[in-house]
Design a protein around this ligand. Structure first.
Ligand code: GLC
Ligand code: CA
Length: 569
């Protein structure tokens, strides 16, 4: 397997609006980020992925861009950006920009022109169609509820928006659009940024006839309908030639609706397209069929099946990205772990389970503290248009009651990940001296960075150690993955193998004790990391529990709730 720096790096995602506010307006900003680089350095990450900071009317918190070459005023100035970039580089941290080019804002000057008339030079920058039988041109739904088409009286036609109606889709089949995007990307590369995370890049190429899809619970076909379209790989190869190959970049494509076969093309190891993709199959293990709005708990066997499919499926062919969280997902302790007494144990276990796999790790801000979902009380507590629209659409159509929908939102809403970063136990968790744009999670007095930095056995220090271990042992980065115990409902265990090096990872997803037999060969091993003090593995090095001395050497182990252990041979 070819060694690459981006395979050995750990990426940290910053959602700027919620990270750190430097001027008391309640909104996180670039100067705030610059002031916290020492913290990130201490954690040990190599790369920052910055969610969008471009000029935007903020219909979708910056994922609706009105000028790709200007900074959102609320976040600061271009000088602030340059300072932040220079300071990050000084800390030896790379910076990845969020590239949102499936769509722009409807306030982007291209769209303002495009909607004026059918012969405007910008008309063909977007996807316009006449009505079909007096209605929308097809049955596609927006990701954020309702149809994916908006009627525009000016020219008596509809435009396509797979996201909100303030996010019209660009027409990538128009070569002029592609040139505009590539030029803009080159402008950022010239500034010195180190790569791009590409927002819903799997959706950019639409089938020319825009065929209907299968309707979901709200009557519309999924916004994912155009995923992996006919020319997407051609466009990415063009981007590789005209932009990405000009520098030693790191690239990750957000590929909703991606299949294993498609991912092998996007993240092909010959380097013709992207370095890696985000796939989302493991984020669907607790969906209700194709509907994400549910509070169903996952079955661990499903999670293992999906993760294993991707670990084995991309082996030697492409490269995985490892994530449990991002700004679109709820908090993983609340979702796959335990919010109560085992919060810290389960946050550490989940990190062990994921970051010992093959792929580039992504940590979402606050995950390294074990931040949790938020006890939102009313629909008015939410800021995310996805959550708000879904609430009104699905309760309005009678698909779910208000109580049900609030329960689902508390479990799955994107706002669970978007409340302010918890820096300390002072007012507003030290995020702002003003009024935060979204409520602070009331548990900040207990869960915050200051407390965890000062405590050796904190989740923060555990993440720090996991990151360090990846640097010290190549088997964690490059080893081959093999699943053990596929049928266990409680234990996720696997091995990694690289030449003579062998690693065993054992994670309990249960709040009860569970028995586990360590494979005999690993009894000679060394414990690399564990989330409880004293592992109770009889006879094994690194063991500190006193009762073990009298126990005969055997591989029997009783895993405590959410226990995790990694053993290196
Ligand atoms: C991606 C982003 C999400 C955004 C959407 C539209 O999925 O991660 O936050 O709402 O694309 O840009
Ligand atoms: Ca601010």
């Amino acid at each position: 397997m070819e060694k690459k720096w981006w395979k050995e790096s750990v990426v940290y995602q910053i959602y700027p609006r919620s990270f750190c506010d430097s001027n008391g307006d309640g909104i996180g900003d670039l100067k705030g980020i610059t002031s916290r680089l020492d913290y990130l350095k201490e954690l040990g990450i190599d790369v920052i992925w910055l969610s969008p900071v471009y000029q935007s009317p903020n219909d979708d918190n910056g994922y609706d861009i009105s000028d790709y070459q200007a900074v959102m005023e609320e976040f600061g100035t271009m000088e602030d950006f340059d300072e932040m970039l220079a300071a990050a580089h000084k800390h030896d941290i790379k910076l990845v920009m969020d590239l949102v080019v499936n769509h722009t804002s409807d306030e982007h000057r291209w769209f303002v022109e495009s909607r004026k008339s059918v012969d405007n030079p910008y008309r063909d920058y977007y996807i316009w169609r006449p009505a079909k039988d007096g209605k929308e041109p097809n049955n596609w739904g927006s990701c954020f509820s309702g149809p994916a088409w908006e009627y525009d009286p000016e020219t008596d036609m509809y435009y396509l928006h797979l996201f909100s109606k303030k996010q019209p889709d660009l027409n990538w089949d128009n070569p002029v659009v592609r040139e505009e995007v590539f030029q803009m990307m080159n402008w950022w590369l010239d500034k010195g940024v180190d790569g791009f995370r590409m927002d819903v890049i799997s959706l950019i190429s639409k089938k020319p006839d825009l065929p209907d899809g299968v309707p979901g619970i709200n009557g519309y076909a999924s916004f994912n309908e155009p995923a992996n379209g006919p020319r997407v790989h051609e466009y990415l190869q063009e981007m590789r030639q005209k932009v990405l190959d000009r520098a030693d970049t790191i690239t990750v494509g957000e590929c909703s609706g991606v299949t294993l076969e498609e991912a092998k093309k996007y993240a092909r190891s010959d380097g013709k397209e992207l370095n890696m993709v985000f796939q989302f199959e493991h984020m669907d293990v607790d969906a209700d069929g194709t509907n994400k709005w549910s509070d169903k708990k996952m079955d661990l066997r499903d999670l293992k099946e999906v993760m294993t499919k991707w670990q084995k499926g991309l082996e030697d062919i492409a490269w995985n990205s490892l994530f449990w969280e991002n700004h679109d997902q709820p908090r993983c302790v609340s979702r796959f772990g335990n919010n109560g007494v085992y919060r810290e144990a389960s946050a550490k276990m989940l990190a062990t389970c994921l970051y010992m796999m093959q792929g580039t790790p992504y940590i979402y801000q606050g995950q390294e503290l074990g931040m949790t979902n938020v006890p939102f009380e009313n629909i008015e507590d939410f800021r995310d248009l996805d959550s708000i629209n879904a609430y009104y659409e699905l309760t309005g159509q009678g698909v779910f009651s208000k109580e049900e929908m609030m329960r689902f939102l508390r479990y799955k809403s994107r706002d669970n990940a978007r409340t302010p970063f918890q820096w300390n136990d002072k007012e507003n968790a030290g995020f702002t001296s003003g009024t935060p744009w979204i409520m602070v999670n009331p548990n900040y007095k207990e869960i915050n960075a200051e407390e965890q930095l000062a405590r050796e056995d904190s989740v923060f220090h555990y993440f720090q150690k996991l990151i360090r271990l990846r640097k010290e042992h190549e088997v964690i980065v490059y080893g081959t993955y093999d699943l053990l115990l596929p049928d266990s409902k409680e234990i996720y265990a696997y091995t990694r193998t690289l030449g003579e090096q062998k690693l065993l990872v054992v994670c309990s997803f249960s709040a009860e004790q569970v028995d586990f037999e360590i494979p005999a060969e690993f009894l000679k091993g060394e414990i690399l990391i564990q989330n409880y003090a004293g592992s109770r593995v009889p006879g094994m090095d690194g063991l500190s529990s006193p009762e073990s001395e009298n126990v005969e050497q055997s591989g029997h182990m009783t895993l405590r709730p959410y226990e995790a252990i990694a053993v290196l041979l």
